[in-house]
Design a protein around this ligand. Structure first.
Ligand SMILES: [Zn+2]
Length: 197
């Protein structure tokens, strides 16, 4: 994985050795067949699980289009996401709803889903992902407002600690008109809750 300056600070084989150590911590002599390739599989799976570190958000949101005067809410609802809690290295997953009100520029809808993954595919907490997405939309699209609501269940709470299987955590971040005006928030909530399809 690259360091903050883009340099490789730990090599792949060093990372695999570290996973091997963890296996030995669990089992002592961790040489049985099922574990032989586990260090390599774990680090390879990280390429995807932590692919967000290599995404340039500015580049991702760079290709915008003329909104042709559209000034209503743009909402992408029910975007599934998977992330990893930075406190326990446990997965958490759920749904994100992303909205903005364009002033001039709109962005391709798949970019919104990619933006979620760019933040989710790092070591994270849900609050930071939520705020980062809303702030990115504000910075790069300069909309009238941006809003993000995320609902997720957390592995570190389901499998250990208090062991609550069904608890769902909701976080929200509101910028611009969504922060300032209750009517804008209300309209957004109605759109998120409506199920016309
Ligand atoms: Zn956790």
């Amino acid at each position: 994985m690259p360091g903050t300056d883009g340099e490789m600070v730990v090599t792949k084989s060093e990372a695999m050795n570290a996973v091997q150590k963890l296996l030995e911590y669990l089992e002592g002599d961790a040489t049985r067949e099922g574990l032989m390739k586990t260090p390599e599989r774990v680090i390879d799976s990280w390429e995807e699980i932590f692919s967000g570190y290599s995404v340039d958000i500015g580049e991702l949101l760079d290709s915008t289009f003329n909104g042709e005067g559209y000034d209503g809410i743009v909402l992408l609802r029910d975007i599934e996401f998977h992330s990893t809690c930075e406190h326990h290295l446990q997965p958490f997953s759920g749904r994100a709803h992303i909205a903005y009100i364009p002033v001039e520029r709109i962005v391709g809808i798949s970019k919104l889903a990619r933006l979620v993954d760019a933040h989710a595919h790092r070591l994270q907490n849900q609050e930071r992902i939520t705020k980062s997405i809303a702030d990115d939309l504000e910075q790069y699209l300069k909309p009238l407002g941006s809003a993000v609501i995320m609902e997720a269940s957390h592995g570190c709470m389901r499998c250990r600690g208090v062991r609550k299987q069904n608890a769902v955590m909701t976080t929200s971040a509101m910028n611009g008109v969504f922060f300032e005006r209750a009517e804008a928030r209300q309209e957004l909530m109605q759109l998120i809750q409506s199920r016309p399809l």
